[in-house]
Ligand binder design. Structure first.
Ligand SMILES: NC(=O)c1ccc[n+]([C@@H]2O[C@H](COP(=O)([O-])OP(=O)(O)OC[C@H]3O[C@@H](n4cnc5c(N)ncnc54)[C@H](OP(=O)(O)O)[C@@H]3O)[C@@H](O)[C@H]2O)c1
Length: 342
């Protein structure tokens, strides 16, 4: 049985090619489930995978897509029954194994996670890795003592997926959120989602050689890396904490040790891919409950055919919010729960 997917591979000349194509569903092996994917979503990491970035696309050809939510249509294990909804969460999904930009996925059963709380499939995909990472970042700030009374907290790349959810979460926690963005036309939108102040990217791009800057931030969530992260750390107040998760602005970190040894600033590294099951569930339960996010005006839905263009857009930093891919399978009420392999 064939199904549609976005496939990244190499041409005969060695060039990276990313295009829609067909995959074949293999016979189910023991320990695996087949998922009919209802929704996926685009992350910056997927754009890197689609461009064949070797640090992300660890084998070619590959179906990218690190987020997917769908329905079990074949199961070889007792824990998962046909018809159950699940999200797929594993570091290899969409990086060294085929991912979510496809109508189906076959994955080890232990990669499946039940949908948290009352969240529906589309909500879970809309939030996806971006919301989970934002939750990890905010959790790190809380664990390091940053509270609503500590002072302003700053979020870089604020209109991006991780950024906008971090703005929402920190604002929910009563914090004074300063959103940094390269999209000044999105200032009102950022305020609507909880930012008290909106600043340009240049506010977090100090190019002076000063090892410490005027101490402004009680904490920060950085999705950009490079000199942005350096500026944030150098401008963080004593005992403050910056959670670093991204590299859209660069993977280097030009800094001295002074923020750490003179101000006791904590740099909390965030890795959303390799998280123990219990910790993953804890954060998702928060996202389904006390930390419930507003996704209404920040999600755009597209079909699989529109993916190549949208991946270009996210790579160029042109997207605000989240883009959900509707695989056209979501009509559970009338849809068959099993697959026809004839
Ligand atoms: N560590 C982890 O586990 C983990 C998990 C998820 C994501 N990430 C990383 O976090 C970052 C954000 O991911 P995402 O999925 O939220 O991406 P995204 O939706 O594309 O958002 C990235 C945002 O960064 C800003 N930006 C883009 N290019 C920039 C540049 N050259 N310099 C400064 N800012 C720029 C833009 O926001 P503004 O226009 O508002 O500035 C853009 O919307 C990526 O590096 C991603 O790989 C890491």
């Amino acid at each position: 049985m064939h199904y549609r997917a976005l496939i990244v591979g190499k041409s005969e000349t060695g060039a990276i090619v990313c295009a829609l194509g067909e995959r074949t569903l293999a016979a189910l092996t023991q320990g695996y489930c087949t998922i009919r994917i209802d929704y996926s979503a685009i992350n910056y990491k997927d754009a890197l995978a689609a461009a064949g970035h070797p640090g992300v696309a660890r084998r070619l050809p590959l179906v990218p897509g690190i987020d997917a939510v769908g329905t079990v249509v074949e199961s070889s294990v007792d824990e998962w029954k046909v018809g159950q909804a699940a999200m797929i969460a594993h570091a290899d999904f969409g990086t060294s194994a085929d991912g979510g930009f496809a109508e189906y996925a076959q994955v080890p059963a232990e990669w499946l996670v039940p949908l948290p709380g009352e969240l529906r499939a589309r909500d879970v995909a809309a939030q996806g890795t971006a919301a989970f990472t934002a939750a990890q970042c905010c959790d790190a700030l809380l664990k390091h003592g940053v509270t609503a009374d500590s002072g302003p907290v700053v979020v870089s790349g604020a209109t991006g997926g991780v950024g906008i959810f971090a703005v929402q979460l920190l604002s929910k926690m009563g914090m004074h959120v300063v959103a940094s963005t390269g999209k000044p036309d999105r200032a009102d939108w950022l305020r609507h989602h909880g930012a008290r102040e909106v600043v340009g990217r240049d506010a977090l791009d100090d190019r002076s050689p000063r090892p410490l800057l005027s101490a402004q931030w009680a904490g920060g969530v950085d999705t950009v890396g490079g000199n942005c992260l350096s500026t944030m750390l150098r401008a963080t107040r004593p005992r403050g904490c910056v959670a670093a998760c991204g590299l859209v602005g660069g993977a280097d970190l030009p800094i001295t040790v002074f923020p750490f040894i003179l101000r006791g600033v904590v740099l909390a590294g965030i890795d959303s891919a390799n998280v123990a099951r219990a910790e993953r569930s804890r954060l998702w339960e928060l996202l389904a409950g006390a930390w419930r996010l507003e996704t209404r005006d920040l999600v755009r839905e597209i079909a699989l055919d529109a993916l190549p263009q949208e991946l270009e857009n996210i790579r160029a930093g042109r997207i605000a919010g989240r883009v959900v891919v509707n695989l056209g399978n979501a009509n559970h009420e009338s849809g068959e729960m099993t697959i026809d392999r004839t």
